[in-house]
Design a protein around this ligand. Structure first.
Ligand code: C6P
Length: 417
């Protein structure tokens, strides 16, 4: 079956945008046009990113910060140039505050290993939330086992919001760190990050924001938020896998011990000692993901050109439509708040059908959704379910794709009686 997608112009010129994403043209195993509703797991990549990486390997490939030859200088300048544009994209005060990591997970682990192990002792409280991804839970479980820190959690309400009164009560226990997701990968909830940070600071706590889902979809200004640390991944924002960022205020990063040791993160090495490098290199040991940094730079150029405000408006329109259409289907239970409080994520269950079966049958029609606990097991437990199916949207998503999702769900219902 070949599905022809009729695309109406919305806030963005989605017809034009889709031409940048060659993968959206392909068909699945049974000839259906791919309907990619899994951008929360990883986004698709525009030709501008693919070509930037391709060009890098064809023209400029060399190791960085190590050579004086033309290719080495060019590679270094591309790698550092991308950092400058990424810093601008999140409005960091300086590129020195942008540390390249492998992904959001590694960024959070960097804070847990370096800042937290230098600053937290037994009994110190770290506040997390019940809607965290495992990458903002497990590093803290590990530190709890090692150090005896205490963990407590801002509860999630029935409609998928953080309970801010409960948060204020937790702050009376003088936490050392508040670490929370800016946008939930399951509920889609956009948390009031500026308010959470302001309250944390007033209580004397540091803040770490998991921005894996927010930086790709919203205009994020780390200085306006006053975040101490902010983590995100390139692959969810049109960039390649294998690279992410830890933003940190420079005074904090300066004071932190290095995370990994090796080449490039040092100023000087003796047989029995070393002096760490300056920022940001202090935290970038070994040969980094150079082509990926180039691709990351191209991704922020691309998103900037399209416009983050327009992307957010478009996703809002698609999400509102998707929630409306999904709600009409008997047996569908949606999770998370209304469209005005969330990003482009619709997690749901269909009565009597396992979420994996839902995803499998949708795939027969080319519709790609994710099923499972989405690395947020405690959140699913909170709602008394082991798993959900999840459709998620990005700048290239269309209402017609939502219609195909809905059509697919009716087919699932038919098959399961
Ligand atoms: N969520 C999802 O399908 P990494 O894997 O390090 O790039 O990102 C981890 C991560 C951290 N926080 C949030 C809120 C996330 O959504 C993710 C990644 C994907 O929901 C893959 S599990």
């Amino acid at each position: 079956m070949h599905v022809c997608l009729l695309i109406f112009p919305m806030t963005l010129n989605v017809n034009e945008i889709r031409k940048d994403f060659p993968i959206l043209e392909r068909e699945t195993h049974n000839g259906a046009r791919v309907v990619y509703l899994d951008s929360t797991a990883t986004s698709q990549k525009p030709v501008q990113v693919i070509e930037a990486m391709n060009d890098y390997y064809r023209r400029s490939n060399a190791n960085i910060h190590r050579g004086v030859h033309t290719l080495a200088e060019e590679a270094t300048s591309l790698y550092e140039g991308a950092r400058e544009r990424i810093a601008k994209f999140i409005n960091a005060a300086s590129p020195r505050e942008v540390i390249y990591t492998r992904n959001t997970t590694e960024s959070i682990n960097l804070v847990a290993y370096s800042w937290a192990r230098a600053n937290l002792k037994a009994g110190d409280l770290v506040i997390l939330t019940e809607m965290e991804h495992h990458s903002n839970l497990v590093p803290w479980h590990m530190l709890q086992a090692e150090r005896g820190i205490e963990l407590d959690f801002i509860p999630v309400t029935e409609n998928g919001l953080l309970d801010l009164d409960a948060y204020k009560a937790l702050l009376n226990r003088t936490p050392k760190l508040v670490s929370f997701t800016h946008m939930s990968n399951v509920l889609g909830t956009i948390n009031p990050a500026a308010e959470i940070i302001k309250l944390a600071h007033a209580a004397g706590a540091m803040t770490l924001v998991d921005g894996a889902q927010s930086v790709p979809h919203l205009s994020v200004d780390v200085q306006a938020l006053d975040a101490d640390f902010y983590a995100f991944s390139a692959h969810k924002m049109c960039g390649p896998t294998g690279i992410g960022v830890l933003y940190g205020k420079s005074a904090l990063l300066e004071a932190m011990p290095p995370f990994l040791g090796g080449g490039d993160m040092i100023k000087e090495v003796k047989l029995r000692s070393f002096r760490p490098n300056t920022l940001p290199h202090k935290f970038e040991a070994g040969t980094p993901a150079i082509a990926e940094a180039v691709g990351f730079g191209a991704a922020v150029d691309y998103l900037t050109k399209v416009g983050m405000k327009d992307i957010a408006a478009h996703e809002h329109e698609i999400t509102e439509y998707a929630l409306e259409r999904l709600e009409e289907i008997p047996g569908v239970r949606l999770f998370g708040p209304s469209a005005d409080k969330k990003g482009g994520v619709a997690a749901f269950t269909l009565e009597g059908v396992h979420p994996h079966d839902v995803a499998q049958i949708l795939d027969e029609g080319g519709v790609a959704v994710r099923a499972g606990h989405h690395c947020a097991q405690p959140l699913h437990e909170k709602f008394g379910i082991p798993a959900t199916s999840r459709a998620s949207f990005y700048l290239y998503s269309t209402k017609e794709e939502v219609d195909l999702l809905v059509k697919g769900l009716y087919k699932v219902k038919e098959m399961f009686g």
